[in-house]
Design a protein around this ligand. Structure first.
Ligand code: OSB
Ligand code: MG
Length: 377
């Protein structure tokens, strides 16, 4: 079925987080969210979300650069041609166009949802869903004291989360994780995420964490560094999971060749969309590398895309796919994303498209700026 986009609307909304989210590279209290609405010539429309954060402290992208990139370069390439299938969108966006992967992904993923909607298929089924429920993990920001972290982690364990990820950084690492390990016991599914906070020359805390039975340590070293992660992995029993460093299927090939890590966090926004996400998924599956779906503090719109992706067969570890109530007092979708008491989230396989209704009136009320782009030829 051909895809022909007629109109693309950008909107920025702001949603306050229930609690500020602190990671080693910055703190987020209000989430500025870029939502897109894609409409085709037949009036079929879908919502998508660009996950770029406010500051360029995760990758080089930020919401303001993504807005510019979508308006100036992404939208013209997608609005002014026809695609036979959504898998053609990413290659079209990569041609003589470097970077801006989150901007590209927001449109590319919307095209997959539009295709699913047109085919009358659930998005998850369109991608190749292999399960009806996904396992849910929580990502806990850096807390002020080990005791505060123990309290938060204890509540997460009671709520049923199947993986508890704890943000770390120098000064908030070994003591914090050890306190949680002692409080929750040797079987608790704990992991740490450093968001680039360490260097090979000052890796002592990571060697101590190696004794604490973690499922993995995520992205301890620099965001674009595969060589030093390989050197570190040789010194650790705990698997290294790469997040920031995996920006393409080629970076996974490099990881495999160098031994930079043993687990991959796939965030579709970080790699440019579903096309590259599927390629990374398949490559990892062929090489016995487990993957899981990361999060970027998405609204219920972005959550729909992540849950659909996480339904694929090699997503064998719980994702950062917390329910809406973990982030917001009120989400922008109906029904809201919920987690069962044993840490599962249902994959919507009963209706076409992303599987949730988007509250347009609420979005209009929350809109800080809006721009409409149309087909020009
Ligand atoms: O490193 O995984 C990360 C949020 C913003 C930027 C980077 C990261 C995160 C998270 C949040 O860990 C996970 C979530 O969306 O719940
Ligand atoms: Mg991470």
């Amino acid at each position: 079925m051909t895809l022909r986009l007629e109109q693309l609307t950008l909107r920025e909304i702001q949603l306050p987080l229930k609690e500020p989210f602190r990671i080693s590279s910055g703190t987020q209290a209000v989430r500025r969210i870029l939502l897109l609405e894609l409409e085709d010539a037949d009036g079929v429309s879908v919502w998508s979300e660009c996950v770029a954060p406010e500051e360029p402290n995760y990758t080089s992208e930020a919401i303001d650069t993504a807005w510019l990139a979508i308006r100036n370069w992404v939208a013209p390439r997608v609005l002014n041609r026809t695609f036979d299938e959504p898998a053609q969108v990413f290659p079209a966006l990569e041609r003589h166009f470097r970077g801006h992967l989150m901007a590209k992904a927001a449109v590319e993923m919307g095209m997959w949802a539009l295709d699913a909607e047109r085919l009358g298929q659930p998005l998850a089924a369109r991608l190749g869903a292999a399960r009806e429920c996904v396992e849910v993990g929580i990502s806990l920001g850096i807390q002020t004291t080990p005791a505060a972290l123990v309290e938060r982690a204890g509540r997460a364990a009671l709520a049923g989360y199947r993986k508890i990820k704890i943000k770390i950084g120098p000064g908030a690492d070994v003591e914090y994780i050890r306190a949680v390990r002692e409080a929750l016991g040797p079987e608790a599914p704990l992991m740490a995420d450093a968001n680039n906070a360490y260097t090979l020359g000052a890796a002592a805390p990571l060697l101590e964490l190696d004794e604490l039975g973690l499922m993995m340590i995520e992205q301890p070293l620099a965001w674009d560094d595969l060589a030093r992660h390989a050197a570190l992995q040789r010194r650790l029993r705990t698997p290294i999971c790469l997040d920031e460093s995996i920006t393409s299927v080629e970076r996974v090939e490099d990881m495999l060749a160098l031994g930079s890590g043993r687990i991959v966090n796939i965030k579709p926004g970080r790699v440019g969309g579903f096309g590259p996400s599927l390629a990374i998924h398949d490559l990892c599956q062929r090489n016995q590398i487990p993957v899981w779906c990361g999060g970027m503090l998405e609204s219920g719109v972005g959550r729909a895309y992540n849950v659909a992706l996480a339904s694929l067969p090699n997503f064998v570890l719980p994702g950062d796919l917390s329910p809406g109530s973990r982030y917001w007092t009120e989400d922008i979708v109906t029904p809201e994303w919920v987690m069962s008491g044993d840490g599962l989230m249902r994959v919507p396989l009963q209706q076409p498209g992303i599987g949730v209704a988007v509250d347009r009136e609420r979005i209009v009320r929350l809109t800080m700026r809006e721009e409409r782009l149309r087909r020009t030829r």
